[in-house]
Design a protein around this ligand. Structure first.
Ligand SMILES: Nc1nc2c(ncn2[C@@H]2O[C@H](COP(=O)(O)OP(=O)(O)O)[C@@H](O)[C@H]2O)c(=O)[nH]1
Ligand SMILES: [Mg+2]
Length: 285
């Protein structure tokens, strides 16, 4: 018979190993990406590559690969998302009104989208190399009711916006519109859409709002939860999105970014793009 102490030790080991394996399977850093076989590596860094082979030659594939940085660029961007004593990454503050915003000097990018589309999960995935940064991911939709600011050293700031659609805060319009329109630190808006379902009415309303506001920055689509959809479904949604971008949007960067916050595919590419649009990284391609 095992003593209590030994049993406790055994139980710790049993639960410890899956945790180690889980961490290993979180391919969230370039070190982990580098050891993947070449095809998996490409598919992880550039998720569109996985779909490309299923697409007909009539589809304009170049639109999905406009931003295609080198491994070196992706490495440099990762450094910006890695904290150190001189480069502190942290949650800075929350605000409900433009007038309440802190006096932050860094350029900002914001993440906007329906409640439950995966905004907070995405920010958490971007900050996976700084696990002490607390980004709340809610179990109940509509949890983020404020604009939450996260500073990445002196380089830039990420802003988690309250969700719209189901149970959106009543003052979403008063809070978000003035921020998008008047806040001059803002350099790019990322509009998140769920890749596992077709575009929703609320997504169309958001895009309409962007065009009516004549924003001073471009916005761009990030397709979340790609791990939840098979390639056929994802392609259908992606082609729908491509048509939508080309025919019904103004000031939308043509390339949608595909991403899974669970598997981390597309996360390194988005880190690099953020470093690029905030002027912190000149990409070589
Ligand atoms: N499978 C999958 N689930 C996700 C992904 N991103 C978010 N989720 C889940 O979707 C739910 C809502 O995510 P959350 O980040 O809170 O959405 P928010 O309301 O837009 O901030 C949570 O249960 C997440 O675990 C993803 O990339 N893949
Ligand atoms: Mg949230």
């Amino acid at each position: 018979m095992l003593g209590l102490k030994q049993r406790a030790l055994l139980q710790t080991r049993v639960s410890y190993w899956p945790l180690v394996l889980q961490r290993w399977h979180r391919v969230d850093s370039m070190d982990k990406v580098r050891v993947l076989p070449e095809r998996r590596r490409e598919g992880h860094l550039f998720p569109f590559k996985e779909l490309e082979k299923h697409l007909s030659s009539q589809v304009n594939k170049a639109q999905f690969e406009i931003f295609h940085p080198s491994l070196e660029d992706l490495n440099l961007a990762e450094k910006l998302f890695t904290p150190s004593s001189k480069h502190v990454i942290n949650y800075s503050t929350s605000a409900v009104r433009l007038g309440h915003l802190p006096n932050l000097k860094q350029p900002e990018v914001c993440f906007i989208g329906r409640s439950n589309v995966g905004k907070s999960s995405l920010i958490r995935a971007l900050f996976s190399l700084a696990p002490e940064v607390e980004v709340r991911v809610s179990k109940t939709p509509g949890h983020t009711k404020k604009m939450n600011f996260f500073t990445v050293g002196k380089a830039f700031c990420l802003v988690d916006m309250p969700g719209y659609g189901y149970r959106a805060p009543r003052d979403f319009v008063e809070m978000v519109e003035p921020y998008l329109q008047e806040h001059h630190n803002l350099v790019r808006t990322f509009l998140l859409v769920d890749g596992s379902i077709p575009l929703q009415e609320a997504d169309l309303i958001a895009v309409e709002m962007f065009s009516q506001l004549s924003l001073h920055v471009m916005f761009q689509l990030v397709v979340t939860k790609i791990d939840k959809a098979g390639p056929g479904t994802l392609i259908t949604h992606l082609l729908q999105l491509q048509d939508f971008i080309n025919t019904q949007t103004k000031a939308c960067f043509p390339q949608p970014f595909l991403l899974s916050s669970i598997h981390f595919s597309g996360v390194q590419l988005l880190r690099c793009f953020i470093a690029h649009v905030t002027g912190k990284l000149q990409v070589s391609s």
